[in-house]
Structures are given as C-alpha cells and as structure tokens.
Design a protein around this ligand. Structure first.
Ligand code: ADP
Ligand code: MG
Length: 251
C-alpha cells in the first residue's frame, strides 16, 4: 500500500524544552476529508503538536508530510506549506486596525499577490461561508468573540488550505458563542475540509470526528472512533479524563 492515500502524515514527533520532553513520539495519518479531534489534559503537548505540524515550533525529531511532500526541513518552502496548513487559534489573532474583510484579504494581497478586486471578492466569499459577510466592514473590537473566531476561520479558508489545524478554537468563548463557531466547523467538516481539532467539545467530536486521540504526557495514550473512545474507553486514564466532560450533548 502506498502512503499516497494520506493527505497528512505525522511521523514520530519528539520535542523537548530544555530537559522537559513535551512530545515523546507522536504519529498519525490523516485522509482527505477526515476530522480528527485531540483531547487531553492541559500541558500534555497538544498545542506543541499542532505547531510542529506547520513548523511554528521545530520538532527535535520526526517528520511531517503533506501530500507526500516533506514539510519538516523544507527550507523556504515552509511558506508554501503554511498556506496549505491553515491554523486557527484560541485567541483569533486578528489585526485590530483592519476590518474583517481586510483581515481576510491581507494574505491574498501580500502572500498570494492577488489583485485588489480578486482578493476582495475571495475574502467576501470566505466571509459568506462563515456567515460573516454582513460584518465585512467592522473592526475586531466591534465583533463578539464568536464572530471574531469566524473571521479567523475565513482567513484560514482564503488560502485554500489542504488541512486546517484548530487549537481550542472555542475555549475563550461563552457557550452560545461556542455553538456558532462549532456550527461553522461542522459545516466545514461536512463539506469535506480536512481538520485537526484540539477541543474539549465532546459533542462536536461525536457529531463529526472520524477519530478521537487522547493525549497525555506527550503521547497518544488511546485512539478510536468517538463512540468507542468517549463511551467505552479502554484505559482508566482516558475514562477519568472524559468523565470530567460527561455533560456533553450529541448534536
Ligand atoms: P497543551 O496544549 O496540551 O496544554 P502545550 O503544548 O501548550 O500543552 O505545552 C506542553 C508543555 O510544554 C507545557 O508544560 C508547556 O509549559 C511547555 N511549553 C510549551 N511551549 C513552550 C515554550 N515555548 N518554552 C518552554 N516550554 C514550553
Ligand atoms: Mg494548548
């Protein structure tokens, strides 16, 4: 079997800060259109793992491939891979001095070198996808956290990524705002976007994840379908962790 059936391959990623080993050999493969959800206690290396995938953090060991091209050690081509591997953070990181549509189009102008009219059209199209077209001319300070997060998703989508990494995209949001962001993410999953999502939203995992990976102390301890992992975990450690989120709803 060729490895070419996978859009993303993550092989044996290790990362230490000083003498503290934060990732101790994490491997997994992702098929096009899959959504994988990563859960686990805080400090377990989930953010570091996502950052190693697009080389915002350089792993000490291990390799990452996108469409069979090596992302690790890719030199200046990393800029190309960062377009193809979108990232959405807990705290949005929008430019405060730019309107929503300008936030989405800035990379289209500067990185993709699109002309102004085409960039504007594309930015508005992506805002429409996340239900934010009516807010195109508003500044981040005028948006709710949920709206700001939807703009940051539109910004990732504008680069036509092969995969989007979401690092606790709703952890800074109230429940009702969380819901609107999860709705957008579910729609993306259903439209066939490939996504890796670090989240504690077990309802989201149950409704769209192909696989859930439970991480602890820098390793994937257990992985399986959402139903297996959330309802019938093999390990006590997984069970104990999931028990804290027992009030989730399947949507
Ligand atoms: P998680 O996202 O699962 O909460 P992180 O990947 O953010 O975990 O962090 C894993 C561990 O690595 C934590 O102990 C954290 O303090 C440490 N860490 C993360 N980034 C750095 C850094 N830049 N320098 C030193 N330690 C870091
Ligand atoms: Mg984190």
């Amino acid at each position: 079997m060729g490895a070419d059936k996978y859009i993303l391959r993550v092989e044996d990623i290790h990362k230490a800060y000083g003498d503290r080993e934060v990732l101790k050999g994490v491997s997994f493969n992702v098929r096009k259109g899959e959504t994988k959800v990563f859960i686990g206690p805080s400090g377990t290396g989930k953010s570091t793992l996502l950052r190693c995938i697009n080389q915002l953090t350089l792993p000490d060991q291990g390799r990452v491939f996108l469409n069979d091209e090596e992302v690790t050690n890719s030199g200046t081509r990393i800029n190309y891979f960062r377009q193809k591997i979108g990232m959405v953070f807990q705290n949005f990181y929008l430019f405060d001095h730019l309107t929503a549509v300008r936030n989405v189009e800035v990379a289209l102008l500067k990185v993709k070198k699109m002309d102004a009219a085409a960039a504007r059209e594309k930015a508005l199209e992506e805002l429409r996808r996340v239900g934010m077209e009516d807010w195109a001319d508003h500044y981040p300070a005028e948006l709710s956290g949920g709206q700001a997060q939807r703009v940051s998703i539109a910004r990732a989508l504008a680069m036509d990524p092969d995969v989007i990494l979401f690092d606790e995209p709703t952890s800074a949001l109230d429940p009702e705002l969380t819901r609107e962001v999860l709705e957008v993410m579910k729609n993306l999953a259903r439209q066939g976007m490939t996504m890796l999502v670090v989240t504690h939203e077990m309802g989201f995992a149950l409704s769209v994840a192909n696989e859930v990976l439970f991480m602890e102390h820098g390793k994937v301890v257990e992985r399986g379908t959402p139903a297996q992992l959330l309802n019938d975990p093999a390990f006590t450690r997984t069970k104990n962790f999931i028990g804290k989120f027992r009030d989730y709803n399947e949507e």
